[in-house]
Structure formats: structure tokens, C-alpha cells
Write a protein that binds this ligand. Sequence first.
Ligand SMILES: Cc1cc2nc3c(=O)[nH]c(=O)nc-3n(C[C@H](O)[C@H](O)[C@H](O)COP(=O)(O)O)c2cc1C
Length: 190
Amino acid sequence: MDWARLGHKKVREDWRLTLMDRDAAKPGEMTPASYRALMRHQAGAVAVVATICDGQRAGLTATAYSSLSDSPPTILVCVQRRVGAHDLISRSGIFSVNILSADQQAVAEGFAGGSSARGEQRFEGQLWARLETGAPILHNALAALDCKLVESHGFSTHTIFIGRVVDGVTRPEAEPLLYFRGDYWNIGER
Ligand SMILES: Cc1cc2nc3c(=O)[nH]c(=O)nc-3n(C[C@H](O)[C@H](O)[C@H](O)COP(=O)(O)O)c2cc1C
């Protein structure tokens, strides 16, 4: 579909769509803000990615993760280089992906960097266990995947960590916590 031929204004008024701003300084590209404005419409499951290195635990709230393959069982997580857990995941070679349940919004907020809690402090108030690798596994997560780091790929501000999933645990009766348009959603309530 050619937006220009349809006419932007007409499309916006009739179809109630919002066209993104292009980057005036970079012809042919869009701004990071426009990209974020698009991606906030992707409803996603929320996880806490956690690791332990030399006895020190660290973790972050993440939505940029995805299954990569089931044979072998493999998952990828995109982590900003500046996040505290980043270097510890690289060094330890292990991490967990704890997919949060609808009743764990406070956990998501605690690991999202908004509060003053850092490092080990973020783990207080919840129960944590270990499976095969020793990475922290969150009690009552919807599902928790225990991973060995097998590859790391740097891209711009982020590293894509690829993990072989070697163990896991699930809470089948629970509902997921979702993140959509900048807010947390419980599909059982809305
Ligand atoms: C809903 C949500 C999703 C997030 N997803 C990611 C993500 O996929 N990758 C990432 O690196 N940071 C993500 N963040 C930001 C990190 O959680 C945050 O920068 C981090 O906890 C800061 O940790 P630090 O204080 O150790 O630097 C997300 C934040 C929120 C609120």
C-alpha cells in the first residue's frame, strides 16, 4: 500500500491511524522516538532475567526475549550493555528467564530500575530457588527457564544473549503478566 498516494491526512482522518514522524536529520529513516511509539503496541510477556556470579545476584525486567528454537531448546534475550546484570551474565555464563505471573507486577517494577533497589536488594521479598545451572529461579513464576549462555552478539547499545535451556519449572494454573502501551495488564481482569 502506498501511503503517499492515498494521502496521509485522509488516511489519518478516515481510518484513525497515526503516521510516525520521519527523521528530518536522516532522510529515509525514522526517529528512535517514533520507533518506540510503534513498539509500545506490541503486547508482550514480562520476565525477570537473573544471574549469579561469584555469589552476587543481579537481574532486570525484560520484554525483549524470544524462543529461538526447540531443538536444541534455545532462548534469546536482548540486554542493554549498561544494565548491572549485563556483565555478570557474560562472566557467569548462566542466566534464568522468569516469565512473570499476573500477580507479580511488583516484582517487575522492582527489577525495572525505577526504584533505588540495585543488585542483591532486588531479590529481597521473593523466594528464589536453583535448578541445574544455579541461576536464580523465581518461586511462583508462570514459567522459569534455566539457561547456559552459548553465544553473545553485540549490537549497538545491546547484547543478544543466547541461552541453551537446560531445565525449567512452570505454574500451569497461573495467568501471565503483560506489558502493553507502557502499562502492565492482567488479562484475567481486563
Ligand atoms: C516493561 C519493561 C521491559 C524492559 N525490557 C528490557 C529488555 O528487554 N532489555 C533490557 O535491557 N532492559 C529492559 N528494560 C529496562 C531494564 O529493566 C532496566 O534498565 C534495568 O532493570 C536497570 O537495571 P540497572 O539498575 O542494573 O542498570 C525493561 C523495563 C521495563 C519496565
